[in-house]
Design a protein around this ligand. Structure first.
Ligand code: GAP
Length: 540
């Protein structure tokens, strides 16, 4: 697992629980793992699907004005040219020449030219190596115009350097020694079709070299060839809904305002992957595009902000750990005229969980230009504000609540994770206080003694009863009853039912409530009702 030494202790505990209990594994672990790729184990896949299914119910099936769809991951490459993802979403990438960190120049800490730039490494050994590197860099290129003898090391920090023309430093160590900025597009590119574009690339490069072209010109030539057959893995699910706006609207004769929702995988070649599943290259999104009349965007933005707050809170996330953050002018994406992030307080601090943006008519306009197709909506009942006549044709504006499903799983895990101490202050148990509808199992059925065939038979029959009622139940006979309780606390099972000799004679069971460990003797039938009620109300 990627348990970075810098990660707060709580995150390390959650990462470790995820592996121990089958929530999330490092992808391809037996081959050393693939950076930033994760697999969801038996508990994780249930939790993620439950979360996504809650979203679908809340956003689609419980409303009349939102419909669902599922678009392909690989779309026509012109979709990404029109949307601006090919042209506009190029990040300026830089490598730190001291610690080798790769980062985005526009997100790096800013410094004034001439200010001191202390360089701090994680330990003394690294700092010693870094000191030698800084001196070598100064000798080789005199990059900052400084003398080598001003460089001193104090423990893990190297002092004596100052910022020169670059107005930012490495976010990891603070060094002003940086590579040139290179443009980097975060979309994964592949090629479609049976012909390998490499042969043509080699051909144009040979020709380019013979003509004395510069490296940059050669790169552009190679890109041109690659782009002829290039396709991209979608970096957001949103565009699938914009390009199908008209098909959806016309096939259902649905009236604006209405929304199209979809959930699914998105891919971004992230420069910085961090905090376990928080930022990964392959992730899942839950997005909805709400099409509305021009001028009504701000009203719907407020409406969806409130809906999304209610949803996250309804899943049990602590109110004090959720907040909205308005995007500043300089932060807004090129398509947006207003955006709020729903932020959650993760173990490392508040960070984005969902973005709720007013995307204006940018996307539909962009696809009208790109595809040369009209994507207007005609409302025969409304008056055209310009002519005052009945019948209003317009390009709808869009408000988009865009949440991360995998990031949502992490927020839910962080929020639910609790450690309880005994009277001596020692850890007595770890419990995931998951909302019952999110919990992988809703109830565990435990025969007190696994060697007693009658108990086993009865416990299996009760498990069947739950399964037939559509309630995810787990028959569990391994280990002592205490260990079984501990395991189900750690995976967030809200209820455990213990089947003992009394159950055989009077059909009562002991029900144990996850959150307060309370135990009650109740008739079996009542247990089914209690679990069903908790699923309905969300309360244990
Ligand atoms: N269609 C708009 C859009 O994609 P975004 O803010 O880039 O907006 C929406 O993404 C949400 O998707 C984010 O709030 C986050 O929860 C999730 N997300 C984005 N990049 C991610 C990544 N690399 N790993 C995990 N989740 C990510």
């Amino acid at each position: 697992m990627t348990e970075s030494a810098r990660e707060p202790e709580l995150m390390q505990k959650i990462v470790s629980l995820c592996k121990r209990r089958g929530f999330v594994f490092q992808s391809s672990e037996i081959y050393g793992g693939l950076k930033s790729a994760y697999d969801y184990g038996p508990m994780g896949v249930e939790l993620k699907r439950n979360l996504m299914s809650e979203w679908w119910t809340f956003m689609v099936t419980s409303r009349e004005d939102v419909v669902g769809m599922e678009s392909s991951i690989i779309m026509h490459p012109d979709v990404w040219r029109a949307s601006g993802h090919v042209g506009n979403f190029n990040d300026p990438l830089v490598d730190c020449l001291v610690c080798q960190e790769r980062f985005r120049a526009d997100k790096a800490p800013k410094v004034q030219p001439g200010t001191a730039t202390p360089i701090t490494l994680a330990d003394k050994a690294r700092a010693k190596l870094a000191e030698d590197k800084v001196k070598a860099l100064l000798l080789a290129a005199d990059a900052t115009g400084q003398a080598v003898d001003t460089i001193k090391r104090d423990g893990t920090t190297i002092v004596g350097t100052a910022a020169k023309e670059r107005e930012y430093v490495c976010p990891n160590c603070g060094s002003p020694f940086l590579s040139k900025e290179r443009n980097f597009n975060g979309m994964f590119r592949s090629s479609l079709g049976p012909t390998d574009p490499m042969a043509s690339v080699i051909e144009v490069l040979r020709q380019g070299v013979a003509e004395g072209k510069t490296d940059e010109e050669l790169r552009a030539l190679a890109d041109q060839v690659m782009n002829r057959s290039a396709v991209f893995l979608r970096p957001e699910t949103a565009q699938g809904m914009f390009v199908q706006f008209q098909n959806v609207q016309q096939s259902l004769s649905i009236k604006v305002p209405f929304g199209i929702a979809q959930m699914g995988k998105s891919f971004r070649n992230e420069i910085t992957v961090e905090h376990f599943i928080f930022r990964s290259c392959e992730f899942e999104q839950m997005e909805m595009e709400f099409f509305c009349e021009p001028g009504t965007g701000p009203k719907w933005l407020e409406y969806w902000k409130e809906q999304r707050r209610l949803w996250w809170e309804g899943l049990g996330l602590k109110k004090e750990k959720l907040r909205f953050r308005a995007h500043g002018e300089d932060e807004l994406a090129h398509y947006s005229d207003g955006c709020f992030d729903v932020e959650y307080e993760f173990p490392w601090g508040f960070d984005e969980l969902e973005g709720i943006a007013s995307r204006t008519d940018y996307d539909l306009n962009a696809h009208m230009i790109g595809s040369k197709k009209k994507l207007h909506y005609f409302d025969p009942e409304a008056d055209d504000p310009e002519t005052g006549k009945k019948g209003y044709r317009y390009v709808p504006h869009v408000v988009e609540p865009a949440a991360g499903a995998t990031r949502g799983v992490l927020a839910v895990l962080c929020d639910a994770y609790a450690e309880e101490l005994d009277e001596q202050g020692e850890l007595s148990r770890v419990v995931l206080r998951l909302h019952p509808r999110l919990a992988p199992y809703k109830v565990a059925v435990l025969p007190l003694v696994k060697k007693d065939e009658q108990l086993v038979e009865r416990a299996r029959a009760i498990t069947e009863q739950f399964l037939r009622a559509g309630i995810a139940a787990k028959y569990d006979e391994q280990h002592t009853i205490g260990k079984r309780y501990a395991k189900h606390d750690e995976i967030g099972t809200p209820y455990c039912l213990t089947i003992d000799a009394e159950t055989l004679s009077d059909t009562t069971v002991t029900i144990r409530f996850r959150d307060d460990k309370r135990q009650e003797r109740i008739p079996v039938q009542r247990a089914v009702e209690i679990v069903a009620e908790a699923l309905r109300t969300g309360r244990l």
